[in-house]
Design a protein around this ligand. Structure first.
Ligand SMILES: [Zn+2]
Length: 330
């Protein structure tokens, strides 16, 4: 433990996803000491997932060679609408949760104060506080992974909205009558540019006879959707035309979404993260930025920074630790 750290001042940040749970132990200065990872197993139901979150927190604590008694608070980001005042997950479609008292149940299991927020919000908070030193007061984070999440910071504070659902940028319709989205609508941003959308487009094109290196990367019994975002990067570097086209189109949609945000909110910084961006930012960022500046109204994008986060998949646990630190202070 770093010198001068009071023994009881550590924080744990948890990133609860539809497929995996990540946790990290942090010092009060937000230096990461240790992490742990567990699959979510959402199909086992709410109680089983809460038990797995508890286990993941205890694993990170053990990994850091500390005891839970030294932890002052736990922050957690959940994939859905969360009321940060009560810590209730109002709804999380990927987990099939509704009105789930996550804060109460975790506090019962862990015996420490728990603070909960939407996952896009905590990732944005992590980037703002840790990566950008808390400087930008107007910031929008867009996280492109299996789905597309986002977070909005206005005047230095997270913007939750009337029903705590602000930032559902993934369901902004970018193509009327476009591909079907998990939410039931058509043509949502998420149905056009998420990892799921990218792999669906690739599978469809290959099935229709398009040539791609990806077919050769498949192991026995594997489908295109089993490949990773990093495999797309490998294919791109080998000059794969199909992957280049599909990734280019996804980057254009991300750029258009970014332009809409610039026109609508005019934030100082737009930060891009998530698994797809982490793997493909070298290939996508320039297209995203050029498209955003092209579609934004004249003058609205001047001086606005469009950047890729360097926190990678630690944005969530970092932001969750920030959330807990802020919650403990107030
Ligand atoms: Zn949708």
């Amino acid at each position: 433990m770093p010198e001068g750290t009071p023994r009881q001042d550590l924080i744990v940040g948890v990133d609860l996803g539809g497929t995996k749970i990540l946790s990290g132990v942090f010092t009060p200065q937000l230096k990461r000491m240790a992490t742990a990872k567990l699959s979510t197993k959402a199909e086992r139901g709410y109680d089983a997932v809460v038990e797995r979150i508890e286990r993941c927190v205890r694993d990170a604590v053990d990994e850091a060679d500390i005891s839970l008694k030294q932890v002052r608070g736990v922050g957690i980001g959940a994939p859905g609408a969360v009321d940060p005042d009560t810590g209730v997950v109002l709804f999380a479609p990927n987990l099939r949760w509704k009105d789930s008292p996550l804060k109460r149940d975790l506090e019962k299991r862990l015996g420490v104060p728990v603070f909960a927020e939407n996952d896009g919000n905590i990732c944005t908070l992590g980037v703002q506080v840790v990566e950008l030193d808390g400087k930008p007061q107007q910031l929008v984070g867009i996280f492109v992974g299996t789905g597309i999440g986002a977070g909005i910071i206005l005047n230095g504070r997270l913007h939750g909205g009337f029903n705590r659902t602000a930032g559902e940028i993934g369901h902004m319709v970018l193509e009327v009558g476009g591909p079907k989205c998990g939410c039931g609508n058509r043509g949502c941003f998420e149905a056009l540019a998420s990892r799921t959308a990218i792999f669906r487009k690739l599978s469809d094109s290959i099935r229709d006879g398009a040539k791609s290196q990806l077919s050769e990367m498949l192991g026995p019994g594997e489908a295109i959707a089993d490949l990773k975002s990093g495999d797309l990067r490998k294919a791109l570097r080998k000059g794969d035309k199909l992957v280049e086209k599909v990734i280019g189109e996804a980057a254009e949609y991300i750029g258009i979404a970014t332009a809409n945000i610039i026109n609508f909110l005019n934030p100082e910084v737009i930060v891009l993260g998530g698994g797809v961006m982490d793997a493909l930012q070298d290939e996508m960022l320039a297209i995203i930025e050029a498209t955003a500046r092209d579609y934004a109204m004249t003058g609205t994008a001047d001086g606005i920074r469009i950047i890729a986060s360097r926190l990678g998949d630690e944005a969530g646990i970092t932001g969750a630790a920030v959330l807990a630190r802020q919650g403990l202070k107030s």
